[in-house]
Ligand binder design. Sequence first.
Ligand code: KG4
Ligand code: ZN
Length: 344
Amino acid sequence: MENAQGKDVLILAIESSCDETAAAVVKNGREVLSNVISSQIELHKLFGGVVPEIASRKHIEKINEVIEEALCDAGVTLDDLDAVGVTYGPGLVGALLVGVAEAKAISYAKKLPLVGVHHIEGHISANYIENKNLEPPFLCMVVSGGHTHLVLVKDYGVYEIIGRTRDDAAGEAFDKVARAIGLGYPGGPKIDKLAKEGNPKAIVFPKAHIDGAPLDFSFSGIKSAVLNYINGCKMKGEAINEADIAASFQNAVVEVIVEKTMAAAKELGMKQVCLAGGVASNSALREAMKNACEAAKLDFYYPSPVLCTDNAAMIGAAAYYEYLAGTRHGLDLNAVPNLKIGQR
Ligand code: KG4
Ligand code: ZN
C-alpha cells in the first residue's frame, strides 16, 4: 500500500529508547530496505542491567554512524526520503532525547516531515513487516523488558489496552530470575536456552490471577517464589538444578500469558492474535501460543527474533501508518518517558 498519490513512501526511522541505537529505512511501512542495530549489551552486562547515563552517552557516539550505515545499506540518501520517524517514548529520557534531537535535526535540515512514534506501537507494528496480509483488527500480546500489555489493535494507530501488568514486566521477571540463577544479563535468551535442558514440571511456581481483573498480569509473585525456592534449597544444603528452575519458571510465565491471551481473544471475538516485544522471541512462548491458536482456529503471527527485540524497522512500520494518518510533529517534539499508548 502506497500513499494516496500512489507514490512510494520512504521513511528513515530512528530508535534509541533503551540500550539499542538503531536506524532503518522502510518502504511503504512493510518493506525493510535496511535495519541497523548497534547493541550496548556488552557494556551494560558489567553492571547487570542498563545504566541510563552510559546508554545516553553511547547513543550519542553511535547514532550518526548507525544512520549513515542504514542509508548506505538501503542505497538511498537523505534526499530520497519522505519522512523521518523516531521513538519519542516511553523509555529512558536521556536515551530517547538523543534519537529525538537527531530526527529533528534531519527533519529541519532536509525539510522532511517529522513523525514521533510510541515505542510499543512500534513493537506491535513489527508484525506488519513479515506478514504482508496482516491488517487490524487483531489482538496483540506485548511482552518486553519494560512492558506487558494485552492490546486490542482496532485499526492502524488505534489501540486499546485491555490488560496490563500490575508490577514487573514479563522480560523483567526473566532478567531477575536469570540473575538469581547466575546466568547474567540479559536473562531472557539465556533462560530460553537453559530451559530446553530442564523439566518444566519439576517445580510448581504460582501463577498470579488478579481478582476482578482477569486480563491483568502480575509477575512479581513468580519471581519471588523462584528466589524463595533457591534460598530454601541453600538453607537446606540441597543442590539446585538451574535448568529445572529455568524450565519451570518459563513454563509458569508462558502458561499465564497464553491463558489470558486466549481468554481475551474469545471474549472479544478476535480471529487474529499477534505477539510482540523482546519476550516474543521466547521459543516456548511462540510454541505454546501457536498450539493454542491452532486449537482455537485463530491465525497467529509473530515477528522474527531480530524484529521482536528493539529495532528501528518496527518504528518505520508504525511511522508509516502515522504518516498516512497525517501525524506530523513539530521541532518542539520532546522525549516523553511515560508516553501513553495511542496518545498523539
Ligand atoms: O523489547 P525489548 O528489546 O526491550 C524493551 O522494550 O523492553 O525486550 C527486552 C527483553 C529483556 O527483558 C530480555 O530478557 C527479553 O526481552 N528477551 C527474552 C528473550 N529474548 C529477549 N525473554 C525470554 N526469552 C527470550 N528468548
Ligand atoms: Zn522495546
